[in-house]
Design a protein around this ligand. Structure first.
Ligand code: FPP
Length: 253
């Protein structure tokens, strides 16, 4: 984690920047409804917000940014909203991936590929391939993602190997399980932000977020500005992360 000096108007304070930041981009629909606009306008505004805050993450040295774009439960929304979101993902990948690549950003997708349109899956795979060697920041986009579905898929993989006699359950460690998740090889999130006024994590990174600091904000995602993000970093900087130990006990479990 990187400590930088952050100069506020009146005081100087050390800001701890999360190495891995996760965001549940909530409140797009209500943002739009409040303005008498269709919900689709909220999703488009949410994409703009993501574009802006990605800049802030780069500026402050965040190394991993994981955003919840579409959950396994979001298929239950009206078909026209699902179609709009899928179209928005297609458009965003076509327009944004070359720019992300230029900026040394690695794009990864977490979630199940099943049920997604083949042209979207193709673009996702191409984006991952094109940006695979980039290391300035890793952007994980969760599409058709659910924490329980992710864990279940990992368990099925383990059971298959046990059944084939390729894995000894007695030797199986926590790390062996973590390797089977979509976020394999990446650190767990340090900070999870949920704007939009709801206080829950909604099946997002439920394994990985075991020791993650949580930050909830009443502002809808399209209104969640750079200042709000810095306020979340400031709150994170004040947290004492004990990982189950006593004060001053160091990092561990
Ligand atoms: C939740 O708000 C938001 C979504 C289900 C969609 C989020 C998607 C984007 C911001 C586009 C991102 C695109 C890419 C390619 C990363 P909500 O609609 O549930 O809000 P509500 O609770 O106010 O109804």
């Amino acid at each position: 984690m990187k400590i930088i000096n952050w100069f506020k108007k009146k005081k100087q304070s050390a800001l701890t920047i999360p190495e891995h930041l996760a965001i549940i981009m909530d409140g797009n629909g209500r943002w739009a409804e409040k303005r008498g606009l269709p919900r689709s306008a909220g999703h488009r505004a949410g994409l703009e917000r993501l574009r802006d805050l990605l800049e802030t993450c780069l500026e402050y040295g965040v190394k991993y940014l994981t955003v919840y774009a579409f959950s396994t439960e979001n298929w239950r929304r009206p078909p026209e909203e699902v179609d709009y979101l899928m179209g928005l993902f297609l458009e965003a990948l076509q327009n944004e991936v070359p720019k992300l690549h230029q900026r040394q950003i690695r794009v990864r997708f977490i979630g199940l590929k099943e049920n997604l349109k083949p042209e979207l899956v193709t673009l996702m795979e191409e984006a991952e391939k094109l940006t695979a060697a980039n290391r300035l920041l890793t952007l994980n986009i969760a599409i058709n993602y659910g924490g329980r579905a992710e864990i279940l898929a990992a368990i099925k993989g383990v059971l298959r190997q046990v059944k084939d006699g390729k894995l000894d359950p007695e030797q199986f460690q926590e790390e062996d399980f973590t390797k089977r998740l979509f976020t394999t090889g990446q650190p767990d999130p340090d900070l999870l932000i949920r704007p939009g006024g709801e206080w829950r994590i909604s099946n997002f990174l439920i394994w990985q977020a075991a020791y993650t600091e949580l930050y909830f904000s009443k502002h809808y995602w399209p209104d969640f500005s750079k200042e709000h993000l810095l306020a979340a970093f400031e709150s994170f900087s004040r947290r004492e992360r004990r990982y189950g130990q006593v004060k001053g006990g160091g990092k561990g479990r």
